[in-house]
Each structure stands twice: as structure tokens, then as C-alpha cells.
Design a protein around this ligand. Sequence first.
Ligand SMILES: Nc1ncnc2c1ncn2[C@@H]1O[C@H](COP(=O)(O)OP(=O)(O)OP(=O)(O)O)[C@@H](O)[C@H]1O
Length: 324
Amino acid sequence: MTAPATVVPAVTSPVTAGTAVRTQGLTKRFRSGQVAVDGIDLLVPRGAVYGFLGPNGSGKTTTIRMILGLVRPTSGQAWLLDSPNPADVLPRVGALVEGPGFHPYLTGRANLARLDAADQTSDARTADRRASEALERVGLLAAEGKPYRQYSLGMKQRLGLAAALLRRRDLLVLDEPTNGLDPQGTREVRLLIRELAQAGTTVLVSSHLLGEIEQVCTHIGIMSRGRLLLQGPRDVIDSRGVARVAVTVAPGHVATAAGVLRVLGLDVSIEELTLGAELGTLAPARIPEALVHAGVDVTGFEVRRPSLEQVFVELTGEGFDVAR
Ligand SMILES: Nc1ncnc2c1ncn2[C@@H]1O[C@H](COP(=O)(O)OP(=O)(O)OP(=O)(O)O)[C@@H](O)[C@H]1O
């Protein structure tokens, strides 16, 4: 197993302006003795779409609850919009967390109206319009009149999103927003996240399904067993795994090509007309250059970067499934 690593160095300085979420040594040990979150240093820059990824049970929800001030950390500290006290900035933060307080017998719209009225900073005169806009954005207008208890899981999830969207926020924290949604609903959530980010809202979104969210993220943090294994801008994470090169050559050119690749220091495997190797630190462009120079007829050339899931497996030696 490879040792856990962090792309962005551990936070050592105190609060820096311009971060949406920042934690230092954030830890939660439950009464059962389980350490659900183990000293994590999260860094969500303003303007980012931060994908907080990890298998079920890896500690994402507990982290989010601590950040929002819903659960007290055992140790460590969290800053939300640069404030050490979440309550001070919560009106600027929209959150979709497990089990939002919806009333089962009220309709979707009435639930939103109730939440909106409880927000002391909202203007009662425009409440109806706000609710309509939020319901429309999450595609729930058609079901707005149904009581909450008759909602499907996907509808409940959409209503939770609508509640987070009732007003413009500086930060949206979405815990597993695609839970219970069908592929179309999942696509809509991705689109919504993209739109919100373009409008200047920072988004922290958690998911145990790597592929669902990773496409819209500018930054990624990967949790495993309560630890933040990897964190950083998307391109840095993407370039982390071991890249492989695959070269296909014309019949009769395999032996020469293999010789060229070995001279370049690559450990070559051959399958019919295709030669494969781990790229290491070699610049990919050197390969076709050297092959052509040696008179090899190259018919295909491809550099394959591992998926985020493969990076996770390489780091942990485990699959991306339930942690414990
Ligand atoms: N109140 C609690 N008391 C004891 N253990 C808890 C409590 N809440 C969570 N845990 C445990 O802490 C660990 C982390 O749980 P958490 O819900 O934070 O993970 P997660 O990454 O959000 O998972 P999921 O994707 O399933 O929501 C799990 O092993 C869970 O069983």
C-alpha cells in the first residue's frame, strides 16, 4: 500500500483571506470510540467547485456537519468564509445536508415558504417569487403541491436543493446531492452546479460516486477512512497517477520500435503490434520523435492517464467501496 499523500501541503498558517472553507486538524471521535474524521486540513478556495469524494463511511458527512457547526469537533478548527464561528456567516451559506427539517404534511412549496420565513434576512414581499424560482431550478414545480411525505427520494433531494437555492449564496455545501436521483436528475444537478459556479458561488459537493461529480470539479479532495488522502486543483490530481503510453506500429516494425523505447529507458510490454510502457518522467512527445527518427512506421500513439478511481486504488490499495 502506498503511503497517503496530500498534493496541497498541510495548512500551517492561520486563517488566510479568500478561502471558502478551511480546516486545521479537524477531528471527530464518536462516543463509540470511532474516529470518523482524523485530523484533516481541508482547503476550499473561493470560486472553486470542490468535489469532496470518498467511499461510503469515509467521513464526508461528519466533516461537513462539523464545518457547518452542526457537530462539535473533538479537536481541530474549521473556518467558514474565513470566520471561525459558522453561525456568523450561515446566512451566506446554503446547505443540503442529510435530513433537512422538512415537515411531512406540508407541500413542497409550503415547506420552502416556512424555511424562507424563518430566515430573518429574507424579504417577505418577494417570498413567493423566490420559492417559484427555486422550485423551477430544481425541476420540482409540477410536484410543488404534493405533501412532502409523498415525495420520492429524488424529489426530497430536489426540495433540499431548492431550499439551499432560496437566495443567492457565497457558498453552497451539498452533501450527496445526487442521492436518489436518476441519471437525468444527476445531469441536472451537475448543470446546476456549473451554473452556480459561473455566477460566482463556491460549491463544496460531496459524493461517494466518483464519476458523477468529478466532471464539474475544479478542485478535488479524496477521503478514505477519515483521512484526506489527496487534495488539490483538478489538473494536479489528474496528473498524479502513473501514465501509460501505447504505441502501435506497422507489421515488421515491432522489434525496432521496442529497441527505441528501451533506449529511452522504458520497460516495454508487447502485444501483437502494440507496445506499452509506463511513462515515468519521460516527456510523451519524445517517443514518436525517436520512433520516426529510427524509421519506424507509427500507426497509433496514445498516452493514457489513470482515472480518479484508479488513482484512489493506487493510493490506498483498496477499491472505492464502503470503508467500514
Ligand atoms: N453519530 C455517530 N455515532 C457513531 N458513529 C458515527 C456517527 N455518525 C457517523 N458515524 C460513523 O463515522 C464514519 C463516517 O461516517 P460519515 O457519515 O461521515 O461518512 P460519509 O463519508 O459521509 O459516508 P456516506 O457516503 O455513506 O454518507 C462511519 O463509519 C459512520 O458509521
